[in-house]
Design a protein around this ligand. Structure first.
Ligand code: BTN
Length: 332
């Protein structure tokens, strides 16, 4: 039934009234309303205007988005970014990158964008819901000139690139929740998943996948307290996805070069700590088998979060091991 509703909305140019929808679907107007909300929870952007009805946001979708990405990609200065791939629908841009590495050993400076993912991957085995039209789903390939233990640092660099790009493109200043959630109004606007491919026991490539909530105008029950989008924060009807996505590539290259100079985060940590929401605050460190509270002091050159325990001990927390919560909630 939701599929039928989606088809009707997609086939309509402009608005379709609640009455027409209820006639066509043979359900009441309040049932139409509930189903519209269910589609919104899945990430579809649907406007509702009194006396006009409902309108599915379709502009800048698919081909047009791909075209705009390509144009902006071709304008990136320098020669680090070599290959841009755009797919309309894909299982996961991270998986596409892993397949690409197998076919093109040694590749670097490759980015895969897509309009929609059918099996978007989140951290800790979670899924990343990726409907068309609302998000940026992108994955970048780099060649590691570092051991596997340093790969998590790529996630921090990508987080910095997203933060800086949102600031430049939309004029709003997000924070970073260590290690890599990008935060606006105490809610998550972006998630990052770094994965490695291995060949003969050595890393053959690093894939850094970024998901940014851009056009979403609502989130489902599970996410509504912790997620937000650029549209919700700026009140802009259709924020420019292509401009932001390509800006992220430019900034990522800048931060990666700084990393490559020292093989650690010493060249970027001052900026990271200045924007890290946890710096100077009490955090709850959630371990697999317990939790404790401590004062966060910012990241160390290796990307660990330095914390001061209540007995005065200073120690580092590594991102693979723990989850951090503000003591007042998700990011506070
Ligand atoms: C998180 O759980 O916070 C990380 C989410 C990462 C999602 C992005 S979307 C593009 C790329 N492809 C995927 O399958 N996942 C990442």
């Amino acid at each position: 039934m939701e599929d039928e509703l989606l088809t009707l909305l997609s086939e309509t140019d402009g608005f379709i009234s609640g009455e027409q929808l209820s006639d066509r679907l043979g359900i009441t107007r309040s049932a139409v309303w509930k189903r519209i909300n269910r589609l919104r929870e899945k990430g579809y952007t649907i406007d509702s205007v009194t006396n006009k009805g409902y309108r599915l946001l379709k502009e800048e979708r698919g081909e047009l988005y791909g075209k705009r990405l390509k144009e902006a990609f071709d304008e990136i200065p320098g020669d680090f970014w070599k290959t841009m791939i755009f797919k309309d629908v894909i299982d996961s841009s991270n998986l596409e990158c892993k397949r690409y590495i197998q076919e093109h050993p040694g590749c670097e400076g490759v980015v895969v964008f897509c309009e929609q993912q059918t099996a978007g991957r989140g951290r800790r085995g979670r899924t990343w819901v990726s409907p068309p039209g609302s998000g940026i789903y992108m994955s970048m390939i780099i060649q590691p000139d570092f051991p596997a233990s340093k790969a998590p640092m790529m996630t921090l660099l990508a987080g910095m690139a997203v933060r800086r790009s949102i600031e430049e493109v939309y004029g709003i200043s997000p924070s970073i929740k260590w290690p890599n959630d990008i935060i606006l109004s105490d809610r998550k606007v972006c998630g990052i998943l770094t994965e490695m491919t291995m060949e003969d026991m050595t890393i053959s490539g690093v894939v850094i996948g970024i998901g940014i909530n851009v056009n979403n105008n609502a989130f489902g029950e599970e996410l509504k307290e912790v997620a937000t989008s650029i549209a919700m924060e700026t009140g802009t009807e259709q924020p420019d996805r292509a401009a932001l996505a390509v800006k992220v590539l430019e900034w990522f290259e800048v931060y990666l070069n700084r990393f490559r100079e020292t093989q650690d985060l010493s060249g970027v940590m001052e900026e990271y700590n200045a924007h890290c929401i946890n710096t100077g605050k009490r955090v709850r460190v959630l371990l697999r088998d317990g939790e404790y509270e401590a004062l966060a002091r910012g990241i160390r050159p290796d990307g660990e979060l330095e914390v001061k325990l209540d007995d005065g001990t200073i120690t580092g927390v590594s991102s693979g091991e723990v989850t951090i919560r503000g003591v007042m909630g998700y990011a506070k």
